[in-house]
Write a protein that binds this ligand. Structure first.
Ligand SMILES: *[C@@H]1O[C@H](CO)[C@@H](O)[C@H](O)[C@H]1NC(C)=O
Ligand SMILES: *[C@@H]1O[C@H](CO)[C@@H](O)[C@H](O)[C@H]1NC(C)=O
Ligand SMILES: *[C@@H]1O[C@H](CO)[C@@H](O)[C@H](O)[C@H]1NC(C)=O
Ligand SMILES: *[C@@H]1O[C@H](CO)[C@@H](O)[C@H](O)[C@H]1NC(C)=O
Ligand SMILES: *[C@@H]1O[C@H](CO)[C@@H](O)[C@H](O)[C@H]1NC(C)=O
Ligand SMILES: *[C@@H]1O[C@H](CO)[C@@H](O)[C@H](O)[C@H]1NC(C)=O
Length: 714
């Protein structure tokens, strides 16, 4: 999950030490195969136990699980995959030595209508204003509802039949202006709002790739890489469940350094109820890493690149992406602010900055339409790395300007300048996927004997987003290099400026090493691509080194870069949350007047120092993100509350002294009072499993600790 960018940016001259990677030299040898079939957990999984000489692998397999639209969510586990067991011995997830329970209050964050359903035509989206340096006031784009944009495109097209407009020569500073820059969604159909979701999306996922769905109902997908960070994944899913349509989650049965690891996510999904609240949007993608290539900096980075490439190409296929859908890729610790993401999904008016003038696929039913995957006479050339030389977009993706925090929201890389521009978001283009030439490029097409490629089962309608050679990281194949979606935005602000890249201002958090305990941080340090940067290898020594780094605000890897203090701004009111205003007129005024009044400054400070909803809504669960002494000097909630009560504990029923011990001390009393009021009113149906006995408890009233203990004792 670590930063590739450093590699591109720093160049080889900064890498002084040769990579040393501990390899697992133990030879794995099969002795016997027991074909015993087990059914466990809430869903049936078959586990064939296989005896290896030293490491015992188990077989993980899922059954078909289709969602209401017909998407097969278990597509990638139907055939099954092997992995090692938790701690290398047969055990339940809860017995894993690094297991942490989910927050007992974990559920999708429900956002107010103003966030989830903004009035687009009055709203805005902010972009970095490089000319003013980035601490200054951003550009604001006037957003609009997509119905309006469709009409405007129609009018523009009628007037500009011959016109071929490309934005490549216009600067970002021009394209953000509040005037109409045409963008073609490629949609010619009716407003579909009278069709129910099930019918509508069922049709979409079964539609031909050369048909364009209603952009007002475009979907949004998240493609992420997972190692074992359950807490971050909980947070991620809770933050985005209401906004994102599918989460496609990559996890390998070895780390990028090549050490075998359990399939933590896939198993938790199959065997526990941890993800039940999110399950209908979760698609596991467990893989075996085949790449074994040293790029001069170890074997981990090439594997990371390939992981990024395949999580995108396989993700698009798994969710049945169609023209105009949005997808983003980043690491699990890269969080786009939900209010930004919601505006981008729902509202139009920003798309031309990523996809230029746009345009949809042409129908293969029209006989003049060809694909360069079949008709090589179309003379579509490839760049050196094999990517097709076609102009479908202005930039491969749009980046999000992140605050780069480490260990907790208290430590920031640089407080005066942003240093990270991930994750990245792009619009899925069916023309690229199908290998059609861009509508607005006057390429002479030679007619040939025609047949509709979409009727050919061997024609893959996603091949434009795939790469033909994924056995290495040498770019010897042809097609789309998904990892470049991420590399579109450098971490070098001056380079971004020079390249005139559109970057969405102050729009994300980077939660680097936000892990609950020192053991978790140690585990991360030994699994990821930067591992060799540690000079020491012994566990105790490495842990001490890590604690010293945390105490002295130093980054986990590499150079002992010192981080800065950052002050968290929490919402004043638990019920209201942060006061947002993204009204276009408001921002336009600020921009035009270079308004630096106190009121504006205060609002900008909130946007700089706000934290995710799930965190401030559940400060006891995420205490270590708010105060780094938690998990190191101070105890976490699950280190105090007994395991049998993890699922039922109601924090509002705790003794005040225990409550205060667990609650980070950064909230005003009024906030705490409101919080207790709100959480004690919520109702819960809880299935409590104690030693295999299931208790069904409907908690209308908060359950007192002693009542829970009574149930446990009975
Ligand atoms: C990873 O999965 C593959 C495919 O099931 C299997 O052959 C391989 O042994 C597994 N490796 C480990 C370390 O679990
Ligand atoms: C932006 O920052 C750079 C580097 O610190 C500086 O050289 C430049 O003058 C600044 N530009 C503006 C417009 O303030
Ligand atoms: C779009 O905005 C117009 C005003 O410009 C409004 O009349 C219309 O109802 C809006 N449509 C939707 C679907 O929000
Ligand atoms: C493609 O290139 C070949 C060789 O240069 C040429 O003969 C042919 O006419 C070109 N086809 C098109 C469609 O431009
Ligand atoms: C951050 O703030 C704390 C508390 O005020 C202080 O002890 C520490 O030295 C500061 N660290 C840095 C890197 O500024
Ligand atoms: C638990 O009890 C509630 C209330 O009696 C009931 O509605 C619910 O169906 C029960 N759940 C299970 C899984 O038995």
């Amino acid at each position: 999950m670590e930063e590739e960018q450093e590699y591109f940016l720093l160049g080889d001259e900064t890498i002084k030490t040769k990579p040393k990677i501990k390899t697992n030299k133990r030879r794995i040898k099969i002795i016997t195969i027991f074909s015993i079939l087990f059914f466990i957990g809430f869903y049936s999984i078959y586990k064939f136990f296989i005896n290896y000489n030293e490491v015992e692998l188990i077989f993980i397999q899922g059954k078909s699980r289709k969602d209401k639209y017909g998407v097969e969510l278990n597509k990638h586990i139907l055939d099954g995959i092997y992995c090692i067991k938790y701690d290398n011995k047969e055990s339940n997830l809860e017995d894993w030595k690094l297991y942490t329970p989910p927050c007992p209050y974990l559920r999708p964050v429900h956002y107010p209508d103003s966030i989830i359903n903004p009035v687009c035509e009055e709203s805005s989206l902010q972009f970095i204003n490089f000319d003013d340096n980035i601490t200054e006031i951003p550009y604001s784009i006037h957003l609009d509802n997509i119905s309006n944009r469709l009409k405007k495109w129609d009018q523009w097209e009628r007037k500009n039949k011959e016109g071929t407009v490309y934005y490549s020569d216009l600067k970002v500073s021009e394209l953000v202006k509040d005037e109409y820059y045409p963008f073609d969604y490629g949609y010619k159909g009716e407003d579909t709002s009278n069709i129910g979701d099930v019918e509508y999306y069922n049709n979409v996922i079964n539609s031909r790739m050369d048909e364009v769905p209603d952009p007002r109902r475009r979907r949004l997908f998240s493609f992420i890489l997972f190692n074992s960070e359950y807490e971050l994944l909980d947070l991620y899913l809770a933050e985005y469940y209401e906004i994102v349509d599918y989460f496609f989650i990559y996890e390998a049965n070895t780390t990028f350094n090549g050490n075998p690891k359990p399939l933590y996510f896939t198993r938790a999904l199959l065997e526990t109820d941890r993800y039940d609240k999110f399950k209908d949007k979760l698609i596991p993608y467990p893989v075996k890493i085949i790449l074994d290539e040293d790029n001069g900096r170890g074997k981990a980075f090439p594997r990371e690149h390939l992981a990024r490439r395949t999580v995108i190409s396989e993700g698009l296929k798994a969710v049945h992406a169609r023209h105009g859908d949005l997808f983003f890729h980043g690491d699990l610790d890269e969080f786009i602010k939900p209010h930004v993401l919601a505006r981008m999904k729902k509202c139009g008016g920003w798309e031309h900055l990523q996809a230029g003038i746009g345009g949809g696929p042409k129908s293969f039913k029209d006989e003049s339409v060809e694909t360069y995957f079949i008709n090589k006479d179309m003379n579509v050339t490839n760049y050196q790395n094999g990517e097709y030389n076609m102009n479908y977009d202005r930039h491969k993706s749009i980046g999000f300007e992140s605050q780069y925090f480490t260990y907790s929201f208290n430590m920031i890389e640089k407080s005066d300048i942003r240093t990270n521009f991930h994750p990245n978001l792009a619009i899925f283009d069916a023309r690229r996927s199908l290998g059609q030439v861009s509508e607005r490029k006057n390429l002479k097409e030679k007619r040939r004997e025609y047949s509709d490629p979409l009727l050919d089962p061997n024609f893959d309608p996603y091949q434009g987003y795939m790469y033909t050679d994924n056995t290495n990281d040498l770019h010897k194949g042809k097609g789309y290099l998904g990892e470049f979606l991420r590399f579109e935005t450098s971490t070098n602000i001056l380079k971004l400026k020079e390249q005139d890249k559109p970057v969405i201002w102050e729009s994300a958090w980077h939660l680097s090493s936000f892990l609950p305990s020192i053991n978790h941080i140690y585990n991360k340090a030994t699994s990821y691509s930067h591992f060799y940067e540690f000079k020491v290898k012994e566990e105790a020594e490495l842990k001490k080194d890590i604690i010293d780094r945390i105490k002295s605000y130093k980054y986990l890897y590499g150079d002992e870069v010192k981080y800065k203090n950052s002050t968290i701004i929490v919402p004043e009111s638990y019920k209201q949350g942060y006061p947002y205003n993204f009204d276009f007129k408001y921002w336009d005024e600020i921009f035009k007047k270079k308004d630096t009044s106190e009121e504006v400054q205060n609002y900008l400070q909130i946007l700089l120092h706000e934290i995710p909803s799930q965190v401030w809504k559940n400060p006891i669960c995420y205490s270590y993100m708010l105060d780094r002494d938690f998990g190191i000097k101070k105890k976490l909630w699950w280190q105090i509350i007994p395991k049998s009560l993890w699922k039922v504990i109601r924090f509002e029923t705790l003794e005040p002294s225990v409550f205060d011990e667990l609650m980070p001390n950064i909230f005003p009393d009024s906030f705490k009072k409101e919080m207790l009021e709100v959480i004690s009113k919520e109702k819960y149906d809880i299935l409590l499993n104690i030693d295999g006995h299931i208790y069904n408890i409907t908690v209308n009233e908060p359950m007192k600790l002693n009542e829970a203990i009574e149930i446990e004792n009975n």
